[in-house]
Each structure stands twice: as C-alpha cells, then as structure tokens.
Design a protein around this ligand. Sequence first.
Ligand code: ADP
Ligand code: MG
Length: 372
Amino acid sequence: MNEQSRIDIRGVTKLYGPVRAVNNVDLTIEGGAYCCMIGPSGCGKTTLLRMIAGHETPTSGTISIGGEDVTHARTGSRGTALMFQNYALFPHLSLTDNVGFSLKVRGVPSAERRDTAREMLGRVQLLHLADRVPSELSGGQQQRVALARALITKPKVLLLDEPLSALDEFLRLRMRVELKRLQNQLGITFIHVTHTQPEAIALADQVVVMDHGVIDQAASPREVYNHPHSPYVARFMGGQNVLTGTVDAVDAGQTVVRSKDGTLYDLPAVAGAGPGDTVNFSVRRDRIHLASDLGGGRNCTEGTVANIEYQGTFVKVALDTGSREEFVAYLDVDRYYAAPNEVGQRVRASWEARFNHVLPGQNNSTGTPHED
Ligand code: ADP
Ligand code: MG
C-alpha cells in the first residue's frame, strides 16, 4: 500500500443552504486502492469527490491525503487530479498541447512539456494520434485524452466523476479494462463515481455505497454483494430478495423469524434482537429453488409467477408474493426448461436456511434502486 496516497475523511459535512449534501462522513481509502463510490442521483457522490479535489470546502470535518490535512489546501497543491465527465478538451489544440496544457500553466519549458505529454499519450495508447485535434477522435479516444491530461500532473489521487457514462456499452467495457490497467501500472489511488453496480463490482477494491449524504457500507465488492449491511444496500447492489419478519424465538446462536404470513425462517444469531423485534434479512436470487407442489415448510415463500425472462445464462422468474416487492429467482437454464413455469402459476420458492443473510442496518431508504 502506498501511504502517500491514502485518504482519510473525518466527520465531513457539506451544507448547501438547508440541503445536507454530505452528512458527517467518515471514510478511509487505502493508498493505491481503486475505490468506487456508488449511489442514486443526488446522494452526494459528486460533492464528496469535489471536496477531495478541493473544488469545494467542507462545512465541517477534515480531509487528509497521505497523512497531511488538505481540507483547505488549494486544488493544484494537494496531489489530486479530477477528470471531468464532459472531458472539457480544447477544440483547437492538438492532443499533445491538450495533454500538456497544465504543464504550460506551471511554466514548464516547451520541449519538456511535449515529451511528457507524449509519454502520457503513450500510456493511453494514443501516441500515434498526437497531432490530431479532438474533433478528429471518437468518443472513447477523447475520453483517453482527458485521462492523459489528468494524469500529467502526476497526481497521488485520480478522481473520476462518472467517467464512462457518455460512452456506448461496448466502449464502456473496454475503457473499464483500461482504467483498471492504468491504475495497476501507476499504483495511485483512483476514486471513481458511478451509478452502475456492475461497474463498481468489476473495478473496485473498495465499494462505497452512499444514500442521502451518508455512507451505508464501505467494503470489498464481494463483501458488499454477499453481505450487504442493510436492506438499502441489498436492494441497490441487486441480486437479492429482501424479507422482513419478527423474532419468534432466540436459541443458542440461532434466531427464528416469523413473516407476516406465518412462515418461519432460520437465521443466524441477530445481535441484540429479542422476541417481537423486527428483523430484515436477504436471500440471493440465485439460491432459490422453485417447485409447483405447495405445502408450506420453513425458509420458503409462496407466490404467483408474474414474469419469466430468459437471460442467456439463467432464467429470471419474478413472483408476486403479496408483499410490495417482487420476489425473484435466477434459475439454471437446463433445469428450468426441463420443467418450465407459466405466468399465473402458483409456486413455492424455497432455499437452504444457511442462505438467509441478516441485514443489521436500518431500513432507512426511500430510494428505489435500478433494476438489473
Ligand atoms: P450526486 O453526485 O450523488 O448525484 P451531488 O453531490 O451532485 O449528488 O448532490 C448532492 C445534493 O446536493 C443534491 O441534493 C444536490 O441538489 C445538492 N447540491 C449539489 N451541488 C449543489 C450546489 N452547488 N448548490 C446547491 N445544492 C447543491
Ligand atoms: Mg454527480
């Protein structure tokens, strides 16, 4: 880990009049990590990024980079570079001059500027186009110029605000690979804001899930996906069914929860929960088994098939179980087509008790996550 590029955010709040854009955030990002910040529009991602970059000042709290308090340091002096969403390239300048621009502002002599700019263009595989102007490039190439331009100041931390959102699906996947490769080569900290879950999961060492100005969970992608902290994170990251019940019995390391319809669920111990308390839990969509013989039992739910979608590598079956949220099963293609379901059919969805995952965090979100 690179201590020089570690970021410590402590108690940071940003108010815009009455709006709490960022609310008392604590976060450590290890030096050299690829961090993805994710959350719905308006949850404070850009504001937090801009405070790290020095384009905004926190209302309270501190931000340190490499152990040094930079809360009030100038933008150009804190070792960060921000890549803008709209690239903001100069239309009349060559790629070399675009990339070298910030060195010119710093008074670096022309020959040195040119060499460094060409080195950066080489890093993003655009050296062969160095003399072109931006309008002679594709969207993906312009993106890479913007990246080279941000990197030329040799930042300790590169900040990217939804860098791939203007690209089509194909380019987005290619640029994603390229960003990861660059970050590996450079060994600096990347903080990448996105609102798409697959992007965060694919790229990040650390995923930071935000909601209404606060961090709901900050952990590795596998941890966030497999052990979401709250109903909000489970819904937002996708792939999960969220269920609710009240504690029926607590017994040596086991909690039995009863749902509204009376079904019992065997959960692991729930810290601090006693009889009658509400407990949220989740079960992954790919852990579900569907059967047409109804007949109750534990760790299951009955429902009516509402929708069936073939997804190539699996079949997605949505059930109406009478609760507000649909219940979804991802089924193995071969097994599904050996005994397919029909819309309107009554089925029983069941799973092994060990797949019940407790969601200890508050169910405090009003946001509806995107569907996959
Ligand atoms: P995100 O990037 O997650 O979409 P933002 O950080 O842009 O969210 O915004 C968080 C909240 O702060 C929103 O409610 C937004 O309207 C508000 N906000 C952001 N910038 C400003 C500003 N300059 N003035 C007033 N309100 C702002
Ligand atoms: Mg934003």
